[in-house]
Unconditional design. Structure first.
Length: 207
């Protein structure tokens, strides 16, 4: 999911950077004006947990791997805007300190994991009534990472840097993330159920 340097051409990298920058500016302003700053400690702890969980990788055929992303979990616990900021910090540190994901591809990685995954996972969770929140969290984690994988495939497929077109990149990224996204959904659902039982006040409850 972390696209390295050299995989995206200038057009795709610039466009995804522009989208992510505009989104980040709006998100930071919204969090600052909405009274969410009192939840920054929770966001920091969750970012650290997600950062550590992303270090666990499942190998895939073809020399690549899949790992837990945590975007849906961040959205469910913190709300979509603060969830974005939490994921933003995780992905930024990974890029600048651990070279996990390229600097030129940072905009695309933010778009996929901090925007698409967070918001799709959050809204899938919210449409379910309280008695089915475990199902909502599971589908949020599963579908959220699948959509992020498809978006990643689109970015790679339209980039002139790679010899593979959309007919290859989208099915490969979409299928594997759909298949192994079941694990993401199970982890997300388990974490949300645990929080609901132990500390339900931690979850974002604003509409």
């Amino acid at each position: 999911m972390h696209i390295p340097d050299g995989f995206l051409d200038v057009t795709v990298a610039t466009l995804t950077y522009a989208i992510s920058i505009v989104f980040a500016i709006y998100a930071f302003r919204r969090v600052s004006s909405s009274g969410s700053r009192d939840r920054l400690a929770t966001a920091s702890v969750l970012a650290a947990v997600i950062f550590a969980a992303q270090m666990l990788n499942w190998p895939l055929p073809g020399g690549t791997s899949l790992h837990f992303v945590g975007g849906a979990l961040a959205g469910v616990v913190l709300g979509p805007w603060l969830g974005f900021i939490s994921m933003f910090l995780v992905i930024l540190v990974q890029c600048l300190v651990f070279h996990d994901g390229g600097i030129t591809a940072l905009g695309a990685n933010l778009l996929n994991m901090a925007i698409i995954d967070v918001f799709s996972g959050y809204y899938l969770y919210r449409i379910f009534p309280d008695r089915y929140k475990a199902v909502g969290a599971f589908l949020g984690g599963w579908i959220g990472i699948t959509l992020a994988g498809i978006a990643c495939g689109v970015e790679l497929g339209v980039s002139s840097q790679l010899p593979y077109g959309l007919s290859i990149t989208v099915p490969v990224m979409g299928w594997w993330h759909f298949l192994l996204g079941v694990i993401e959904g199970a982890i997300t659902s388990s974490a949300v159920v645990y929080i609901l039982r132990r500390s339900p006040h931690i979850l974002d409850t604003r509409r």
